[in-house]
Design a protein around this ligand. Sequence first.
Ligand SMILES: C[S@@+](CC[C@H](N)C(=O)[O-])C[C@H]1O[C@@H](n2cnc3c(N)ncnc32)[C@H](O)[C@@H]1O
Length: 309
Amino acid sequence: MTNFLGLRLQCRVPILVCVPSTSGYSKTVSRGSSRKWNGGGTTRASRRLVLGLGPSFLAQFMSMVGTVGGKTFIASASLKGASSVEEILKNAEWPEQFPFKEEDFQRFDESSDSLFYEAPRFVTHIDEPAITALTKYYSKVFPPSNSPGVSILDLCSSWVSHFPTGYKQERVVGLGMNEEELKRNLVLTEYVVQDLNLNPRLPFEDNSFDVITNVVSVDYLTKPLDIFKEMCRILKPGGLAIMSFSNRCFWTKAISIWTSTGDTDHALIVGSYFHYARGFEPPQAVDISPNPGRSDPMYIVYSRKLSRA
Ligand SMILES: C[S@@+](CC[C@H](N)C(=O)[O-])C[C@H]1O[C@@H](n2cnc3c(N)ncnc32)[C@H](O)[C@@H]1O
């Protein structure tokens, strides 16, 4: 399927899950050392679902695809010939103002995220080769395991963070929406349950983290600039932020500028968050896809907090 820009739509149809209601919250939990792993089971859900697409669904879909405010910016970047994820941020020419509009951050499903994430999903959201590629990437760029004073934050975390096996730091915080998932994440030393779309303020002190990760979830953030500014605030000078993404998503919960564009555009979108948040080095993109065309692609957009920010 192509969109109004002639770009391929690469998000696959999401798993749609109906969950009952719950409340909004922000909760921090510190973890003692005596926890037991319950097994949990990595059920791998089918990622394809045949939907009966009604006229209203299609109407909204077409309107989301055709009216996004960031289209001029993305189209002009594409026209400049950078056709790959690795190229798009090289010599990026950023408009003076953040090019995206409010409607670019709307979602097909605007109901509370706490409803959507109420039920735990003990699944993996990318395939094994993509996970392996991400873990390998982390092992190259993370501070060595057990480095004194090192703190890591995994944003939009779940029951897995894909860190290298046995990787440990004094403080590894996970922030996400589902407490059951976070409780089972063995790499975390503490976790926070918080809806970042309701409250983008990160509940941490200035200059407190060495690394921030976010795996296949940056597309669910409706206030990304606020969150990237917060990331800058809480990173130590020189601290590293690693945003990774593939071409899958919960389509109804991803922002419209994401669902209406492709992988290369996604790198530009995430790069723009770093750029306009200010306080970061120019963002860079890496394609770590393990078997292009044969398994899930995997991309990284990363940046470091300026040492003088
Ligand atoms: C596709 S899952 C990815 C989970 C995990 N990073 C992984 O790689 O398995 C999306 C995650 O984003 C988190 N998330 C989605 N919307 C969020 C929000 N509004 N605030 C905080 N976290 C959110 C959810 O908790 C969920 O775990």
